[in-house]
Design a protein around this ligand. Sequence first.
Ligand SMILES: [Zn+2]
Length: 561
Amino acid sequence: MRFQGPTPGLEYLIAAVSFLSISVISAAEPVRLVLPKQHGPMLEKAAAIFMRRVNERCGAAGGKPVTVELRVSPGIGMEAYSIANAGRGAIRVTGNGDSGVLYGLGKLFRSSTCDDGRFVPGTWRGSSKPVGSLRGIYLASHFGNYYEAASSEELERYVEDLALWGVNAVGFAFPTWQYTGFDDPAARANLVRIRAMMKAAKRAGMQVGAMVAPNQVFKTAPKELLAKPYPDDLHRRGNLGFNMCPSLPKGREYLLNMWRGILDEYRETGIDFAVYWPYDEGGCGCEQCWPWGSRGYAQLSRDFTRVARERNPNTKIVLSTWMYDTPPAGEWDGLSKLLNEDKSWLDYIMADAHEDFPRYPLDQGVPGGLPLVNFPEISMWGMSPWGGYGANPLPRHSQYLWNQVSHKVTGGLPYSEGIYEDLNKIIYSQFYWDPKRPADETVREYIASEFSPKVVSEVVTAFDIMETNHRRNRRGPEKPLQRTAEALELMRNADAKLSPQARQSWRWRIFYLRALIDNELSKTGGKPKGPVLQEAFAELVKIYHAEHVHTNKVAPPDLVQ
Ligand SMILES: [Zn+2]
């Protein structure tokens, strides 16, 4: 019996447990998992996620299965796990709780390999405990990007894959500005996917959250209630034209009702946390609201907290300070004053920027003395269309930014526009788990696990060349590309050493295509043209499900003559 879909085979596992106090997956499996007699659905889910990944990697099983015992043993540290030998060739994965077991299985999976369908367990033994408490990711589902276009099943698998790396929180935003209202068919379709991802995340023991720009509205909102313009000299605050003024009584009423409507849509799972957003999108420059970050936004956010906590008093609240004082308007200072009086409506302050980290929380302290989380930009920085040229590995850039805040933050939610930056997500998941873990070490673990331990050194070098050639827009690279033939040669050599499963996986293809595309661009003088690029772009479109995007930001560039 094999796991084909999300859980087939699990009935067998559950049936066995009631008689034997252990559970056994049939001998055709590469791994035999033994669960404790008393266990809940989360542990079964952890087992199913692990087995799905093992089967995806190993293909048809052969040889004697490896026994892995799962244990839950509180006392080893919040969300911690340990991996130890259990005698007679068996391995024991112990979690402080069910989530710890899942993270331990993730570590075991990554350190193991497959040899002709035979599971070869890794030799990593020891224990590990996360440092950061909010190890999240924000999956932006809009523009017809991957999260808005992929099937619910595919999205669920993707969320589960992230949980194996210790990601414990996923945030979602409902892009009101794209829709006429909650009953807009496009809005309904998006909500179906968001809810599927939320449910998958909950089943995998993750927290789910709503990311919300509290004054952003549907495109049908009454014009007379819309926000007043605000200073945006640096063009960093975004404006799609669908923000409302909460200082107008009717505007405030509309916004609170919209928030209740969003929470209604998420009622199946509820939300564990909310992240409020000031700009891009958001903001109002009227006399009552401005400065937005310390007046209109703060007031409205406090009201939103009240509404959210009426439904779930334990809802954690994160206040983002995105683009505060850009240009200066006294927003940071104003917020600090406000939170010195009352910070009960907040749990975390979130800060970050397009480039270097904002100085205020580093130099003056975090407003209210609250825990700080970051919001790294892993998707759009320095390259557009986003993912349009394949994967965008950014280990050096990520490490540079992380070094500015590693001692200050207790996690964060990287902004994700798609799966082409899967590696960057994973780099951050490990920064949050262990702030001292270098990005380079994570990259090596990723390559060994997803592709093969045999190709680590050449693929690391290829990624390094890709990062050097990173910056570009839809017309092509900013400067002449370097060493692209070498990168492609490295990737071709690696490709030849991979198992058929790894070679065909989307994770490999997006890197391989990036090397191919860059080498082709170096021949065309940087111009996206010719049959090779046409074919490569077409494959990316398929991987991203970008056939029906409603902006050119999230699909490969158009070919030129
Ligand atoms: Zn206003």
